[in-house]
Design a binder for this molecule. Sequence first.
Ligand code: SF4
Length: 399
Amino acid sequence: MSTPLAELNRIVIAGNRNAGKSSLMNNLFQKEIAIASDTPGTTTDPVTRKIELGKLGMCAVTDTAGLDDVGDLGEQRVQKSRERMQSADLILFVSPSDAAPTDEERRLKNWLDEKKLPWLGVLSFADSQADPEKKEFFPENRRTALDNTKPGSSEALIKKMEALEKELEKEMTPVEGLVKEQDLVLLVTPIDLAAPAGRLILPQVETIRDLLDRDCAVLMVKERELYHFYHNLGIKPSLVITDSQAFHKVAADIPEDQMLTSFSLLFARKKGNPAQFIRSLEALKNFPEQGRVLVMESCAHHRQAEDLGTVKIPRLFRQMVSSRVEFSHSRKMPENPAEWDMIIHCGGCMTTQKVMTGRLDAFAEAEVPVLNYGLFLAWANGLLPRALEPFEDLAALYG
Ligand code: SF4
């Protein structure tokens, strides 16, 4: 249940007010999660709960406000619902089976298809006489029926979702294509003031789990103990993966022919488009002297004195590129990305690939170069060619 949202199948329930969305949510969870009422617009803000759904595994299910909501607040709620849909793995488009499709529903279906978002029509109130137009509106392979009046009637829906599971886009795993069974992989992580107390951070945990799933052995050390352990191992690791901030020391402590990369690059690959980052490095060559850089992060976290996004990266950028560059920070997507000369984004470990690629596509459209923290740090330390060695296509792109 404590699986981070980014690692779950995200299911978003959408549709008009009073379509039966909250009843569906309650039916799936077999208890009252959302208020189901005859009064239109009862659900105002999205409500998300986690649940294990058969073969789909752990899912985060979100009930959203009606897409035909009205007024200023209504418009804001509709906007929120659409944002949730854009990051969903599957949208359950709920619509009463006994009524013809409304204009709003037609607009939603066009929008979902235009955005190529995966959806399944759920014909609610299936105990009533079905409207023939509605059946045509939702083709047979993209619809299922739900009798809201019967508890547990979501079984058919779960089966239909399981059947669609293979079509859902999956993020690649951290070490996909980089290791084989029985490899030894050495992980290096500094435990400094910035490290959370008593636990590892998400990219480290996910990498360890992925390596174990691939029948590899994992050895994890702090950067201070690396030299000692590495040179007394008696077996050469297939790969060393380090925190970007320790890259320099790690590279100095192990032989030059040791394959080395960073957690950041693994996650740049997992979450987004590392080729876009590498092409963006070109922009550093002729960067405007008083250019504007936006540093973006995907989640709120407690800032330490030597915070990476607000202190270390701006300092390094001013040393390496131009001392007069102006920095801003944001967690929200800027309205007009073209106002910036460069974006430097965090690794996005807490967000989904969909959200991250949505952001990267918007930057590409606005022709704004974008880097991520780890890639910038590797470049600034002169270690990018080495960090890219395990990824042939990216190494070739960097040249
Ligand atoms: S700021 Fe970015 S990289 Fe850091 S924890 Fe949040 S999502 Fe992960």
